[in-house]
Write a protein that binds this ligand. Structure first.
Ligand code: KIV
Length: 270
């Protein structure tokens, strides 16, 4: 018998909603972290275009490129045995025409072996989602705060608070489902509205800053590991203080090197 776990598919993720099982999701951008997440039982690993801010240090996700996403996704997919890997389509790789979206999403699947892509937008992206799904490319939607539209939205703020905005968000989520997406991220959405969307949709919702009523939760890994102490949004819970741990380890190493304590005799070769 093989000890190889069965890789999760998009259909398995949809089935988790029907079975009432919460979907556990985190971002990963490299093989090292992806291996740990997968071994810890994370269901869905998102190669988010947040990599452009978190790893590349850019101010927004807008300058992420398709080649950059493919580079990170290939590293993640290669390290994962069970989790479903979903790759963000970067800004301008899918908004111009459905044909470009097919070509670019197709490249992601072909060059990374990942099984699905994620794109931002609701009603306006419906035809693009449909074009991808009809060609065998599974799509995860993303509505609410859509970071690729940060300049149009006037910042990273909660969406759907006013009546009209809530109705539009609901329509966006339904449009994503009707276009054939297998799931949808709800980002920075009031908890009651996210719970309503979750109830009305047959596909799973995965929330970030959208309350406990979603079918699953996603966080940006370095944020939840406490590697980014300056980032303190209300929705974030830190599960570790890696900033403190890493600084302490590096200081200890520096002290050892300066004092001649490292390397010790046991670290040398005959
Ligand atoms: O890019 C990303 O990491 C995301 C998550 C925040 C959902 O889209």
């Amino acid at each position: 018998m093989s000890d190889q776990p069965k890789p999760l598919t998009t259909l398995d993720v949809v089935a988790m909603k029907r079975a009432g099982k919460k979907i556990v999701s985190l971002t990963a951008y490299d093989a090292l972290m992806a291996r740990m997440l997968d071994a810890s039982g994370v269901d869905l690993i998102l190669v988010g275009d947040s990599v452009n801010q978190v790893v590349a240090g850019r101010p927004t996700t807008l300058s992420a490129t398709l080649d950059q996403m493919i580079y990170h996704a290939r590293a993640v997919q290669g390290a994962v045995r069970r989790a479903l890997v979903v790759v963000d389509l970067p800004f301008l790789s899918y908004q111009v025409t459905p044909e470009e979206a097919i070509r670019n999403a197709g490249r992601v699947l072909q060059e990374t072996d990942a099984a699905a892509v994620k794109l931002e937008g609701g009603v306006t992206m419906g035809p693009t989602i449909r074009a991808l799904v009809d060609r065998g490319i599974p799509v995860m939607g993303h509505v609410g705060l859509t970071p690729q539209s940060v300049h149009a939205l006037g910042g990273y703020r909660v969406q759907g608070r006013e009546e009209g905005a809530a109705a539009r968000l609901l329509a966006d989520a339904h449009a994503v489902e009707e276009a054939g997406a297998f799931s949808v991220v709800l980002e920075l959405v009031p908890s009651a509205l996210a719970a309503r969307v979750t109830k009305e949709l047959a596909i799973p919702t995965v929330g970030i800053g959208a309350g406990a009523g979603c079918d699953g939760q996603v966080l940006v890994l370095p944020d939840m590991l406490g590697m980014n102490p300056a980032f303190t949004p209300k929705f974030l819970k830190r599960y570790a203080d890696l900033d403190g741990t890493i600084r302490a380890a590096v200081s200890a190493y520096a002290e050892d090197v300066r004092a001649g304590r490292y390397p010790g005799a046991e670290h040398g070769f005959e």
